[in-house]
Design a protein around this ligand. Structure first.
Ligand SMILES: [Fe+2]
Length: 289
């Protein structure tokens, strides 16, 4: 054996379902992994769409540093006047998601209950490539995050639906803070954008369904009833259980998901129990094509 050979990076990657999710065990992200390990984590992320790093003890600074392994950290897109109160207490680039209230006002964003499937920031020109979410306080039950593979949805799509939509674009609209389409819970601030219905992932070159129930409004150049019918078919197909990994949060879980090829949703949880997560995003580098 050549003693000068670089050690082989051997990550303990445990796939969780057929299409979506893998746990990477044995890493303490307070210490920076070597470059080969970071590359191997990135590859595992591309392969499994959602990566779970269990049992972390991260400071806000750690979370920002880890985010940087996957690209440039994203800024918050919500206009500052709509920042929840707790935002003054956290580092720039970190979003606090919480139902904790002080004087009746939520300290974080997206405080309550169930949330429909969506891609983070699909309503912007260059949507976030990835999102990291770290659990600080969790309720005794619920508040699970469901992840669905857009690749699996594309690969198994009814050919008639796929042919009708190949090459088409869809319009997306999002009122910040909304959790169900048309719930009027969002702020008056919003984002809107048009992207292809099927997106090619720039790293893997694979195609994925790129519309979602929360934010996609319509397919362009198509009568409205046909657009609505096809979108509903796409949503129902994309959210099938066999494509979904449901994550039950434990304290100290850090998750990283790929917004280019997966959607996520949240299940309901008791409003009487505290939930606090820290979120960062990795900036996208290309306009979806
Ligand atoms: Fe989200």
């Amino acid at each position: 054996m050549n003693v000068h050979a670089r050690p082989q990076t051997k990550l303990d990657v445990v796939p969780l379902t057929k299409y979506t999710g893998a746990e990477i065990r044995g890493l303490d992200l307070r210490t920076k992994p070597d470059d080969d390990t970071v590359k191997a984590i990135y590859q595992a992320w591309l392969d499994h769409l959602v990566i779970i790093f269990p049992d972390q003890k991260l400071s806000q600074e750690d979370l920002i540093r880890v985010t940087g392994y996957f690209g440039e950290i994203g800024e918050l897109h919500r206009p500052p006047k709509y920042f929840p109160k707790g935002y003054s207490k956290i580092l720039p680039g970190i979003m606090m998601i919480s139902n904790i209230r002080e004087n009746g006002e939520p300290i974080g964003a997206l405080p309550d209950g169930e949330m429909m499937f969506h891609h983070d920031m699909i309503h912007s020109e260059v949507p976030s490539k990835g999102t990291l979410l770290y659990s600080v306080e969790i309720p005794s039950k619920g508040g699970n995050t469901l992840f669905a593979s857009g690749y699996a949805a594309y690969d198994t799509l009814d050919p008639a639906v796929r042919n009708a939509l190949e090459g088409k674009k869809a319009a997306h609209h999002y009122n910040y803070g909304s959790v169900k389409k048309g719930d009027n819970k969002g702020t008056e601030a919003f984002g809107e954008c048009v992207h292809p219905v099927f997106r090619t992932h720039e790293d893997t070159k694979r195609k994925a369904v790129y519309v979602n129930r929360l934010m996609t409004v319509k397919i362009l150049d198509m009568p409205e009833d046909e657009s609505t019918d096809l979108l509903n078919k796409l949503f129902d197909h994309s959210e099938k259980k066999e494509f979904v990994y449901e994550h039950e949060w434990r304290l100290g879980d850090l998750l990283l998901w790929d917004n280019r090829c997966s959607t996520h949703a949240r299940t309901d949880f008791p409003s009487t129990e505290r939930r606090l997560m820290l979120r960062t995003t990795v900036k996208g580098t290309v306009r979806p094509y």
